[in-house]
Structure formats: structure tokens, C-alpha cells
Design a binder for this molecule. Structure first.
Ligand SMILES: Nc1ncnc2c1ncn2[C@@H]1O[C@H](COP(=O)(O)OP(=O)(O)O)[C@@H](O)[C@H]1O
Ligand SMILES: [Mg+2]
Length: 177
């Protein structure tokens, strides 16, 4: 089935995946390569106070999804955005032309998250999130199957490969209306 017309002259990409899979690194390099805008949702939530306080157990802000969506609506309408977040089910489906799910082998991810200082339940819950492919399932149940692409992100070479793949895709993208 053909995608619905969007009116955008440039596509929007969502980069999602378990924390530590390389969303921010990949999005930042992709932004350098394409001059698309990198929107790190975690940073935006902090900067603009788009949250309902701090979750002591999960050690993160309690994101206010409605405020985030209101904040981004105009930019997303323009297109040319790379949105970077470890969740994907609350954004309007119509915003995205590509949903990339980064995936990392458990042992590699374990080391990355330990290096980042994650311990105990914060570490194990993120490893479980990756084992059970939570973000891939979430992406597949929230977006059309043909726009959801899993990409392996185990080593530095994978990052450059993924940036090249996504830059090529952006360059060949055509508006549907
Ligand atoms: N494919 C990869 N190969 C090697 N190191 C990576 C890779 N992706 C990310 N990293 C490293 O792992 C850490 C977490 O990456 P980051 O981009 O912050 O992940 P995320 O934004 O998904 O939480 C960083 O130190 C980064 O340099
Ligand atoms: Mg990040």
C-alpha cells in the first residue's frame, strides 16, 4: 500500500532502541552527514521542562508525552528531522518516514552500560529490554511494517555503515505528494 501523502519536502527519521545501542552517536553523525536536525528527546525534555518530575526508581525524568508532541509538531511538519529516543509508541505515526531500531548483542551492551555507570536493576532491565526486543516490537506495533528497519550496532564499523545506509536513503527519498 502506498504511504499517505505528508506534504513534507524532506523525510523524518526516528532512531530508537534500548539505551546504549548507539542512538545518539548514530543520530549525531547522520545529522553531520545530512544537515538534518538531530532532536535528542531526553535532552529536549530536560531543557524545556517537558516532564512531570523525577522517577527515583528508574532514575530518569517522567516524560510528559503530550508536551513533547506539542513542542515538536511544527518542526516535524517541516521535515528534515532525526528524532532520537528509547521509546516510539507515543509519537504520531504520521510524523515518520523511517523508524530505525538499533540492536546490540547482549554482552556488548552489558559492557557499554556498565561503562556508563549503570548497575543493579537499571542495568538488568535494559539488558532484558534488548533480549526481548522490546523496542522492535513497539516499533512494529506503532508504525507500518515497511518503514521499520532494525540495524545492528555492535562495533564502530556498524556505526559508519548505518550512517551511510541512512544518508543514502535520505538522498533518494521522494515526497509522496
Ligand atoms: N556501534 C557501536 N560500536 C561501538 N561503540 C558504540 C556503538 N554505538 C554506541 N557506542 C558507544 O556506546 C555508548 C553509548 O552510545 P550512545 O550513542 O550514547 O547510545 P544511546 O544514545 O542509544 O543510549 C557511547 O560510549 C558510544 O560511543
Ligand atoms: Mg542517547
Amino acid at each position: 500500500m502506498a504511504p499517505p501523502p505528508t506534504g513534507r519536502r524532506k523525510p523524518n527519521i526516528l532512531v530508537t532502541g534500548t539505551p546504549g545501542t548507539g542512538k545518539t552517536t548514530t543520530s549525531s553523525l547522520l545529522s553531520d552527514a545530512t544537515e538534518f536536525r538531530h532532536i535528542n528527546i531526553g535532552d529536549l525534555v530536560k531543557e524545556k521542562n517537558l516532564h512531570d518530575g523525577w522517577d527515583d526508581e528508574l532514575e530518569c525524568h517522567i516524560i510528559n508525552e503530550d508536551l513533547v508532541c506539542d513542542e515538536l509538531e511544527d518542526l516535524m511538519e517541516q521535515g528534515g528531522n532525526i528524532v532520537d529516543y528509547h521509546g516510539c509508541d507515543f509519537f504520531p505515526e504520521r510524523w515518520f518516514d523511517r523508524v530505525v531500531v538499533l540492536q546490540t548483542d547482549n554482552s556488548v551492551l552489558y559492557d557499554r552500560l556498565s561503562n556508563r555507570g549503570y548497575m543493579g536493576s537499571k542495568l538488568t532491565s535494559n539488558i532484558e529490554c534488548e533480549i526481548f526486543q522490546v523496542l522492535l516490537e513497539e516499533a512494529r506495533s506503532s508504525y507500518r511494517e515497511d518503514i521499520v528497519v532494525p540495524l545492528v550496532s555492535n562495533c564502530v564499523e556498524d556505526i559508519s555503515k548505518n550512517v551511510t545506509t541512512l544518508s543514502d536513503w535520505i538522498r533518494s527519498w521522494q515526497p509522496t505528494s
